[in-house]
Design a protein around this ligand. Structure first.
Ligand code: NAD
Ligand code: LMR
Length: 330
């Protein structure tokens, strides 16, 4: 059974110098709002020795900038010129994809589908051709649909490994820690909430019953769940047309990347909730679902069930599954 406390450890692993490993990490969309701070955080991660930054434009500038930071990794920036995408991907262990357009106020993540589906699909073709064994972390929205799209591309190329494809839902996890600490007046760094389902609105299901705050008043709990489900909207509204979450997302993406690297390097008990090709609800037609998984040298090592949850959470999961099924089919 997974322990929420173990997830907490993941937050602190990444800047530790105690276990130095050798991994090439590639960021596709590295010049973007997420891509730039994510590249910075990866440059600070001692597990990363080779950092490849690719974007349609601007990635060499980001690479030159972060390359002056005195950590061990070498950094190189690539654009489509000179076969840049293939070069950025060759030999990569972990590929992180935040390429794509973000929401503006009034839009849902689903409204991004038409633009981002083709961007992500074309990048997935390049990953299949150049780094077919890499672990792939998808940030581009709508995650509930972009992850299944990548799986289809990889299948069509004959290189699909369900253990190495991850939809990044870590932002929901870190938001849940922060928001619950505001309600309970506690230290957010010590709050761990398991968040399952998908990554949009009602498909995001925080399991408050598994925390010490399970007996909080119903209206407080309902408001907390709603805030976690729609936290992305707060940022989109506040940025007022200038995009969506970037800095908190980079923090979340760096944590997930670090956990995947920790698993690859053989560290034990590395657990993160993530949106994967998941056996839990396949019999009901829900092919992908986010639940806590133990990460290991081959990617997903073990998928954990949800265990005992409250009747209210059962209802939330039921509703989430109905929407997820449609998002995945799309
Ligand atoms: P942005 O517009 O600031 O950056 C996107 C970058 O992608 C740009 O630099 C652009 O040049 C690049 N790009 C576009 N097409 C590309 C291609 N074919 N190859 C390489 N690069 C390409 O957007 P952002 O704020 O960084 O957000 C990026 C995506 O992440 C959006 O889809 C957003 O909705 C999503 N997002 C997901 C989460 C999550 O929790 N999973 C959180 C926040 C944002
Ligand atoms: C988020 O949760 O902040 C991201 O998915 C971006 C968005 O569109 O809300």
């Amino acid at each position: 059974m997974f322990s929420a406390r173990r997830q907490l450890v993941n937050s602190f692993r990444q800047f530790s110098t105690s276990a130095i490993n050798n991994y090439k990490v590639t960021v596709l969309g590295a010049n973007g709002g997420i891509g730039q701070p994510l590249s910075l955080l990866l440059k600070l991660n001692h597990k990363v020795t080779d950092l490849a930054l690719y974007d349609l434009r601007g990635a060499p500038g980001v690479a030159a900038d972060v390359s002056h930071i005195p950590t061990n990794s070498t950094v190189k920036g690539y654009t489509p010129e000179n076969d840049g995408l293939a070069q950025a991907l060759k030999g990569s262990d972990v590929v992180i994809i935040p390429a794509g357009v973000p929401r503006k106020p009034g839009m849902t993540r689903d409204d991004l589908f038409n633009t981002n589906a083709s961007i992500v699909a074309s990048l997935a073709v390049a990953v299949a051709d150049n780094s077919p064994n890499a672990s792939i972390l998808i940030i581009s929205n709508p995650v509930n649909s972009t992850v299944p799209i990548v799986s289809e591309v990889l299948k069509s190329k004959g290189v699909y490994n369900p253990k190495k494809l991850f939809g990044v839902t870590t932002l929901d996890v870190i938001r849940a820690s922060r928001f619950i600490s505001e309600v309970a007046s506690t230290d957010p760094t010590k709050e761990q909430v398991t968040v399952v389902g998908g990554h949009s609105g009602i498909t995001i299901v925080p399991l408050i019953s598994k925390t010490v705050h399970k007996d909080v008043a119903k209206d407080t709990k309902d408001a907390l769940i709603h805030r976690i489900q729609f936290g992305g909207d707060e940022v989109v509204k506040a940025k007022d047309g200038a995009g969506s979450a970037t800095l908190s997302m980079a923090t979340a993406g760096a944590r997930m990347a670090n956990s995947v690297l920790a698993g690859l390097s053989g560290e034990k008990d590395v657990i993160e909730p993530t949106f994967i090709d998941n056996p839990l609800y396949k019999s009901e037609g829900v092919e992908f679902f986010s639940s806590p998984v133990t990460l290991g040298p081959d990617g997903v090592h073990e998928v954990h069930g949800l265990g005992t949850i409250s009747a209210e959470e059962e209802e939330l999961i039921k509703t989430a599954k109905e929407t997820l099924k449609k998002n995945i089919q799309k």
